[in-house]
Design a protein around this ligand. Structure first.
Ligand code: CP
Length: 305
C-alpha cells in the first residue's frame, strides 16, 4: 500500500506520471467521474484551511466518492486516544485519509498503523500536495521542468520550502533559497535535496541575499511570513527580519521574465506587494486551481484506479 507523506519518497517517474495525470483530468474530468464511487475520504485538520479542505472535498465528490471533514479540536486524538488507536479505528470506516497535522512525527505514527493510504495535507516539515500542484503549474506554463530555475525567498524554515527543495531537485529544477540566516531550511532536508540534485542534474543553493537568489530565475516563489503555527506576538519581529525578502517590483527586476508563485494565503504588503501578486507575472490562482486536479490524480493513484 502506498502513502503520500513526502516528495522525498516519490520517484521522479512517479512525480511526472502524477503531473501528466493531473493535466489529463483537468482537460477531461468527466471521464473520471465514477472512478471512486462508493469510496470515502476522511480529512483531518488541526489547522485552518481553504484550498486543502475545499479542493479535497470537491475533488473526491467529482470522482464519485464522499468526503468527511473532521477537526482535531473536536476529536479524541492526542487527548483520550493514541494516534495508533485512531489509525486502526479509522481504517475500519473509510478508504483514504488526508491529514493536516502540525507534528510530522504524529502523522508518521498514524501512517505506520493505518490500513488505508494516508496523504500529508501539511505538517511542520512538509507540504507535498502543494508542491505537486506547483510542479504541474510550472510544467503547464513553461512546457518543461528540467533546466528551470526556481527562487524561493522569505522564511526558509518552512514546510513548503522543504517540499519545493525535494520536488524541484528531483525534477531537474535548480532551486535557490534566499532567506535570513536564522530561517534557513532544515539541515537534514537540505542535505537530502542536495543528494537528489546530484542524481537528477539540478542545483540547490542557499544564500542570505534575496537579489542573488532571484537573479535569472524562471520562477520567484514566496510563502507567508506568519505560517499557521507562528504566534501572533512574533509578527512585528519577523516582519523586520523578513522585509528585505519581500517580493516587490524592485526584486522582480532581477529576473524580468520570471513568473510569480505563492501557495496562498498571502498577506499583501508583507511577503508580496499588490503590484506583484496582481501583475501579469502572477500565476497564484492557477496554482490554487491545480491543487484540485493534481490531488485527484494522487487519490486515483493511491486507490490504484
Ligand atoms: N496552500 C494551502 O495549503 O492553503 P490552505 O492553508 O488554505 O489549505
Amino acid at each position: 500500500m502506498k502513502h503520500f507523506l513526502s516528495l522525498a519518497n516519490l520517484s521522479s517517474k512517479e512525480m511526472h506520471m502524477l503531473i501528466n495525470k493531473g493535466i489529463a483530468i483537468k482537460k477531461g474530468h468527466s471521464k473520471f467521474s465514477n472512478k471512486l464511487r462508493g469510496k470515502t475520504l476522511i480529512l483531518l485538520f488541526d489547522e485552518p484551511s481553504l484550498r486543502t479542505r475545499i479542493s479535497f472535498e470537491a475533488g473526491m465528490l467529482q470522482l464519485g466518492g464522499h468526503a468527511i471533514t473532521y477537526h482535531l479540536s473536536e476529536s479524541t486524538i492526542g487527548k483520550k486516544e493514541a494516534p495508533k488507536d485512531f489509525a486502526h479505528v479509522i481504517s475500519r470506516y473509510v478508504d483514504l485519509m488526508m491529514a493536516r497535522i502540525y507534528n510530522h512525527e504524529t502523522l508518521v505514527e498514524i501512517t505506520k498503523n493505518s490500513k488505508i493510504p494516508v496523504i500529508n495535507g501539511m505538517t511542520n516539515l512538509e507540504h507535498p500536495c502543494q508542491v505537486l500542484a506547483d510542479l504541474m503549474t510550472m510544467y503547464e506554463k513553461k512546457g518543461k521542468l528540467k533546466g528551470l530555475k526556481l527562487a524561493y525567498v522569505g522564511d526558509g524554515l518552512n514546510n513548503t520550502t522543504h517540499s519545493l527543495l525535494y520536488g524541484c531537485s528531483k525534477s531537474g529544477v535548480d532551486v535557490s533559497v534566499g532567506c535570513p540566516k536564522q530561517m534557513m531550511p532544515d539541515s537534514k532536508v537540505l542535505a537530502k535535496a542536495k543528494e537528489f540534485a546530484k542524481t537528477h542534474g539540478s542545483k540547490v543553493h542557499v544564500t542570505a541575499s534575496a537579489s542573488e537568489a532571484v537573479s535569472g530565475a524562471d520562477i520567484i516563489y514566496t510563502d507567508s511570513w506568519m505560517s499557521y503555527h507562528v504566534p501572533h506576538n512574533q509578527e512585528k519581529s519577523r516582519r523586520k527580519i523578513l522585509m528585505p525578502y519581500q517580493v516587490n517590483r524592485q526584486l522582480m527586476k532581477h529576473a524580468p521574465k520570471a513568473l510569480f508563485m505563492h501557495c496562498l494565503p498571502a498577506k499583501r504588503g508583507a511577503e508580496v506587494t499588490d503590484g506583484v501578486i496582481d501583475s501579469k507575472a502572477s500565476i497564484v490562482y492557477d496554482q490554487a486551481e491545480n491543487r484540485l486536479h493534481a490531488q485527484k490524480a494522487l487519490m486515483l493513484w493511491l486507490m490504484k484506479k
